[in-house]
Design a protein. Structure first.
Lengths: 486, 448
């Protein structure tokens, strides 16, 4: 049966059963995943997942049900189940759900790409990954060499009872590798171009070609081995310069999640937590120094949260979260914007797939580039440290106290990068940290980094988004961990 | 609809019919789960989903290829096998690749409660309403989940192996918030009827109310009493980064090269055992081989890690039946860890502490260093100062950065009553008692 027939059945059935609002998302997602590990193919997956989710409001409350059986009888069963669930929800409501207004749209949207990754022969992908693997394993001290590629394509149809019909085709490409060196009781890892799988963007295979994977493999191997005998991270307060990919995760954790408005209102209190960025702070709270400008952009090319419409049917937008250091905006959904009487949602409502209900997710939140030369930023530091590539992250449930460990650090003395530092760690509080930012490198150093492992919600959902950043400098930051810790 | 085990076995068998003479394996899972979520004293999200996943793997000599689909129709399965047969010819030989295993007897685990599998939204809403009304009357805010569901999994291969398992799960989790504090409690059981919602709400309320007007304390080394939820989180990281066979054979975990040596205090014993009455797990692994109970640590001595056939071969031993879907990047994993109980109680632990900190649970824990298993994370939902054998005041939350290897050498007391916590993400259940640890490092604090 055609998708428009199934969406019509769901919407008319929901209305017949008393729903005042209904939407259905029909989603087909394909994934190709290849991982080479120590000369062997450790993973060669190709997957397809198809299904639909129906969301309704009845008696002012939400219900949602989903199924992988895309057929008329199942659409009817699942729609009735969503209504049954909504009626159960209405027995424990504080107020009726009110959605912020959004003009209905009937549009198609296609993620732009140059070279379809699904058309690139598997043999070509394997050849590149095995070549990287061979370089990484040239030293016996590299105990684990792991390289991989991942490609997703998704066809997402959203139909709502308000008349929206959004037909979107999304794309994700990713590639990267790591080398783990072991020597006695020491284990160190280096990754390229980023940790946890590499770099991901909403592009085609042109992303992989542009990463020049093979070119960097020797450096990555040598750095992993050099870290085995590197100095430990000293414990002191000092000047910290962060590389772009680490700063991207810093943005994600300490600004992105903190400004999801559902968290602020306590909707995630049992699991992911709440936020220090409470409503009264909007428009006046100093989140960072004057030079800190953070904006969300669902239209930016290549962003993993770039789309035509979110799962509420809200058109993609660009807006500031922090402007000249002041906290000025949240990330919202139609439900939460409606709850607060806001004129419009920012369009951050997304679901992992057909089986999950859409919730507020981080968008493509980026730090605007500054105007500094990175070399000058280092040259101005008498005593400090440079850190790059995330290894470990942790932040409290209100997004204040965080501690990050990176793969590689370098001492800075006399304005120059010096000795390698292993397990470089820094810890701070969110407003204090962003307030200590005194230099941001310019557009030449700015990269849009992909995050593909963002977890939120119960049941847990994984979402992808991008964060653009160039290296930035922070004064008087606590680095290292106490001696007694390890 | 068929009974879940029969249905999933039929799906697996039907899929294998399309193998067309090739060596093949099928892993099929079928599930239905529902979560009623509440926040701000109201149901905030309420969802149900039915899902099927079929993963087929074709093995040819030293090569294999894996295709996943969630369609059970013959055309989709035929296409999946055709694609797998094409992909497998493109591959390079893998030294670690083993032929499909022959069938072996599997001892079943009864884990399916019809009442829980069939529970409707109305019943979940009633349980939530009970929790909400108690908090509302007291001027408190409640948030949490009430979830129920069932699942069935089958593993089959062309050598005649076919095993299946079905289970149910119910979880009730509640956070209670005052203006400036929070408390939490959670329970999970395969039988929804065994979950005492009133008790959970009472515990969360008590912790929230006792946590009002929390004060700061300087970071540093303290004696700690970790309640079971906090210990379970530590146990989860030990499973991920310590007790698996792959890290062991690659010399990159705290167990590597240490079998037979004492690495923790003599009062520490850790098993992996899916058959334990407090555990939730599969009686077989993802190759369909029987999952065996394994003693990992006995009286502080490193005894074993868990293996699949690949890591067992490299370690010159036998598989323990802990394979993830093959081939696996992560290697075998213990998914049913149990830290053996002691003779003490949280009350006795507090009473015996001159100055220390009581921790309800941890938040956002992560690995800093693998060889000594240094973890960092925050306390959450009830952190208290203990002075002269009594809880004297609530504390603002603290960050810990601590080697687990060191901490498990400093355990003074272990409680009698363990609790089982399910992994937040993916499979895994962790059964842990409370621990009193002589020295535990808190490295920084926060504002609440």
């Amino acid at each position: 049966m055609k998708s428009n027939s199934l969406t019509s059945i769901a919407l008319s059935e929901a209305k017949r059963l008393g729903a005042t609002y209904a939407d259905i998302r029909l989603i087909t997602k394909e994934r190709e995943n290849i991982i080479i590990r120590n000369g062997n193919i450790a993973n060669m997956d190709s997957s397809t997942s198809e299904g639909f989710g129906v969301r309704v409001i009845c008696r002012g409350a939400w219900g949602f049900a989903a199924s992988s059986r895309v057929e008329e009888s199942e659409v009817r069963r699942v729609t009735a189940l969503a209504v049954e669930i909504a009626l159960a929800s209405s027995t424990a409501k504080e107020r009726d759900v009110v959605l912020s207004p959004e003009s209905p749209a009937q549009e198609t949207w296609l993620a732009p790409s140059v070279e379809d990754p699904f058309n690139v022969p598997v043999s070509e992908k394997l050849e590149l990954l095995f070549a990287v693997d061979e370089v990484l394993r040239k030293s016996p001290r590299i105990r684990v060499a792991e390289s991989g590629m991942r490609f997703d394509r998704e066809h997402r149809i959203l139909a709502t009872s308000e008349g929206t019909l959004a037909d979107q085709r999304l794309l994700l490409s990713g590639a990267g590798y790591s080398a783990t060196a072991v020597d006695g009781s020491e284990v160190q890892i280096r990754s390229y171009p980023n940790s946890f799988g590499g770099q991901y963007m909403a592009l085609g295979y042109e992303l992989v070609r542009g990463l020049h994977l093979l070119r960097e493999a020797e450096r990555v191997r040598e750095e992993a081995m050099a870290l085995l005998s590197a100095k430990s991270c000293p414990r002191k307060r000092t000047t910290l310069i962060l590389g772009g990919s680490q700063l991207a995760l810093q943005i994600h954790e300490s600004v992105g999640h903190a400004t999801e408005l559902d968290r602020v209102l306590g909707m995630e209190a049992n699991f992911a937590g709440t936020s220090f960025a409470t409503l009264e702070k909007e428009g006046s709270f100093r989140y960072g120094s004057d030079m800190v400008n953070l904006y969300c952009d669902s239209t930016i090319p290549g962003g993993l949260a770039t789309f035509g419409f979110d799962d509420d049917g809200v058109r993609a937008q660009r807006w500031h979260i922090v402007k000249n250091g002041i906290f000025v905006g949240y990330q919202t959904s139609r439900e939460i914007a409606g709850l607060l009487g806001r004129p419009r949602s920012t369009g951050n409502c997304r679901a992992e797939d057909w089986s999950h209900i859409p919730i507020i997710r981080n968008g493509n939140l980026s730090l605007e580039p500054g105007d500094r030369n990175l070399n000058d930023m280092i040259a101005e530091v008498d005593d400090g440290i440079y850190m790059e590539t995330n290894k470990s992250w942790s932040i409290d449930q209100k997004r204040l106290n965080f501690q990050f460990t990176c793969e590689l650090g370098r001492e800075i003395h006399g304005g120059k990068l010096q000795d390698l530092v292993k397990n470089p760690t820094y810890q701070s509080m969110t407003p204090e940290f962003w307030g200590a930012c005194d230099a941001i490198a310019g557009p030449a150093w700015w990269t849009l980094w992909g995050v593909v492992n963002c977890g939120k919600g119960q049941p847990g959902q994984v979402a992808a988004m991008s964060h653009g950043a160039s290296p930035a400098r922070f004064r008087d930051i606590q680095i290292g961990v106490p001696d007694k810790a390890s | 609809m068929l009974e879940p085990s029969l249905e999933i076995e039929q799906i697996a068998r039907n899929a294998l019919h399309h193998s067309d003479g090739s060596d093949a394996e099928v892993i099929a899972t079928l599930s239905e789960s529902a979560v009623t979520r509440f926040a701000g004293n109201a149901i905030s999200q309420n969802v149900s989903r039915q899902g099927l996943a079929i993963t087929i793997r074709v093995v040819k000599g030293k090569c294999s290829a894996r295709i996943a689909t969630n369609s059970r129709d013959a055309a989709s399965l035929k296409r999946a096998f055709e694609k797998a047969r094409t992909l497998v010819t493109l591959q390079k030989e893998s030294a670690d690749m083993l032929p499909l295993p022959n069938p072996r007897p599997v001892q079943p685990i009864p884990a399916y409660e019809f009442f829980t599998a069939e529970l409707r939204a109305e019943a979940r809403a009633a349980a939530v309403l009970k929790a909400i009304s108690k908090c509302k009357k007291a001027g408190l805010q409640a948030a949490g989940i009430c979830s129920t569901g069932w699942g069935a999994v089958a593993v089959a291969n062309t050598k005649g192996l076919l095993v299946s398992h079905k289970d149910t799960t119910a979880t009730f989790s509640v956070s209670v918030q005052t203006g400036d504090s929070s408390g939490w409690a959670e329970a999970s059981h395969r039988d929804f009827g065994e979950i005492n919602v009133d008790k959970l709400v009472a515990v969360a309320r008590e912790k929230a109310e006792a946590s009002r007007n929390a004060r700061s304390i300087d970071p540093g080394l303290y004696t700690v009493v970790l309640e079971p939820a906090a210990v379970a989180e530590v146990l989860q990281f030990m499973g991920w980064f310590g007790f698996g066979g792959l890290g062991f054979v690659e010399d990159r975990t705290f167990m590597a090269g240490r079998l037979g040596q004492r690495i923790f205090g003599e009062n520490i014993t850790i098993h992996d055992n899916a058959f334990h009455p407090l555990q939730r797990g599969l009686p077989f692994d993802f190759e369909g081989l029987p999952r065996q109970p394994v003693t990992l640590i006995e009286k502080g001595v490193a005894k074993a890690v868990v293996h699949d056939r690949v890591t067992a071969q490299r370690a010159h031993t036998e598989t323990t039946g802990h394979a993830l879907p093959q081939p696996s990047v992560e290697g075998p994993m213990p998914l049913n860890l149990i830290l053996a109980s002691g003779e003490s109680s949280v009350v006795e632990m507090i009473a015996s502490t001159k100055r220390g900190i009581l921790v309800t649970r941890f938040h956002y824990t992560n690995l800093v260093e693998p060889m000594k298993l240094v973890l960092t994370g925050m306390t959450r939902d009830g952190t208290f100062l203990i002075e002269n054998g009594e809880v004297t005041s609530p504390l603002k939350n603290l960050r810990f950065t601590q080697s687990v290897v060191d901490a498990l050498n400093e355990v003074e007391l272990i409680s009698r009553e363990p609790e089982t916590m399910l992994a937040d993400w993916g499979p895994g259940a962790y059964t842990a008692p409370a621990l009193k640890i002589r020295r535990f490092n808190f490295s920084s604090g926060t504002e609440f």
